[in-house]
Design a protein around this ligand. Sequence first.
Ligand code: FEO
Ligand code: CA
Ligand code: CA
Ligand code: CA
Length: 578
Amino acid sequence: GRPGGRPGKLLGFTAVAPSTADTFVVPPGYTADVLIPWGTPLRADGPKWRRDGSNSAADQAVQIGMNHDGMHFFPTGRGRECDRRGVLVLNHEYVDQSLLFPDGAAVMTKEKVDKALAGHGVSIVEVAEERGRWKLVDSRLNRRVTGATPMRFSGPVPAAHPALAAKGPVLGTLNNCSSGYTPWGTYLACEENWNSYFGTDDASWKATPAQARYGVDKAGFGYNWHKADPRFDLAADPNEVNRFGWVVEIDPFDGRSTPVKRTALGRIKHEGATVTESRGRIVVYTGDDQDKEYVYKFVGSSPWRSLRARGKSPLDHGTLYVAKFAADGTGTWLPLVFGQGALTAANGWADQADVLLRTRQAADAVGATPLDRPEWVAVHPHNKDVFLTLTNGSGGGPVGPRTPNPYGQIVRWREDRGDSTSLTFRWDIFLLAGDPKYDPKVTLPEAQIFGSPDGLAVDDDGRLWIQTDISNSSQNLPAKGYDRIGNNQMLAADPATGEVRRFLTGPRGCEITGVTFTPDQRTMFVNVQHPGEATTAWGTPTPQNPRAVSNWPDFDPAGRPRSATVVIRKADGGKIGT
Ligand code: FEO
Ligand code: CA
Ligand code: CA
Ligand code: CA
């Protein structure tokens, strides 16, 4: 890519200040337009969004889902029109049941479970720019993939595996956090906190060691779906939970294609799936977002074009590795292969399917390095440097310079020989996040402080884009060291100099997550997730307006806050960030 803007200067915009306002702020000279908020009908004649939460499950299944997250723009326009028309594919991580239903979350019914399932998953919508405004197109490509969409399994854990023999058909994807995309034009939706949806009221139920390792327990995160749908009752349908924790491949250009769970990529709480290439072989990086979990990479067995020419999926043929970081700045990728190292029959491993179904335990057994919530991975397009956000956590270990670690850091590594398939690397801490008022080790300029980095991308010019997810139990609170940082935000960094500049701030209670560009980098799409999530800092929600702290983006006193995509452009038509 060509460097944007002034020669030699990667970051050309005026930094915005931290904000606690219920608005979305971009630098002077930029515009921000709301696109496809939660509930937008996919088709012009579809059911309209109702501001009181009274849309049915069937309505929600043909509307944009809730809590927008990872996202990718696939151009559909021909030639220069590729920058003005494309399919936007985006995840809907979870639902806030107090906003989803008119009567809140206290009583669960099958209709409510069905609406919640329909609010999850992925939206696939064609969008186009007309006279400077991006709009949803009434396209045959528009569709939803939800928690109830038929799916296939592929790879070393086949659908016929006994662990996947649940009572019903293979349905749905849940808690799709970050995402990825492949060089052959498909989208990868990742299943993160899937354990949260399962539970049971059966007093005799006990978690197996593998279930306990993934946090599967009787209550989940309190969704209570198991009270109305036996599919989510751990005692009634014990194998259903094994169908989650995977990376799901979706073809956005074939509305009739069945999404595929690609088991060779392992079963963890996948944050994202970042794909790069080395001499034709794909490499997929994926973090397991929980305190003291690991970062993984999958290396394809052969060049992806030759695999596809033989009718095979490049995501089904390869080796999964987990990272071990040493204190001296070196690192190693350890194979998660049955029969190798500790993963033998003598140690209780049955076969490769067993290793993949219990990926976390396999990584424990080989001695992977625990990290502070490993989330998004981004690969620099020019030099293949890899960046990983460690959002926050208990700290410690070779990559944890702070104990505890409320602010997180961005770790960077270079695979040996600059080859993404290498099994050894050298790493450093690229940026230590935080506020120097509370941690003198932080060297960020006072005006550019941030915390809890989560979303991450490198554009074609090499700008590193950083999105934050400060939890609402910390946001803006002095006792948590977050009183000077403001609402969640997005910053840009220059990987060569370490310069950081705040690019935008979100409305109250939200996180900023998901970022993609048109090929010309003149349009950026970002997502605002869970605006108005209740906070201790901003008062008590009321029954009329359960998330009174924010009413973004509609500002309708009788409405409710809605996650949405925001389209960012430069008024002079220039590249974003210049
Ligand atoms: Fe869903 Fe790890 O953020
Ligand atoms: Ca989130
Ligand atoms: Ca995230
Ligand atoms: Ca997050």
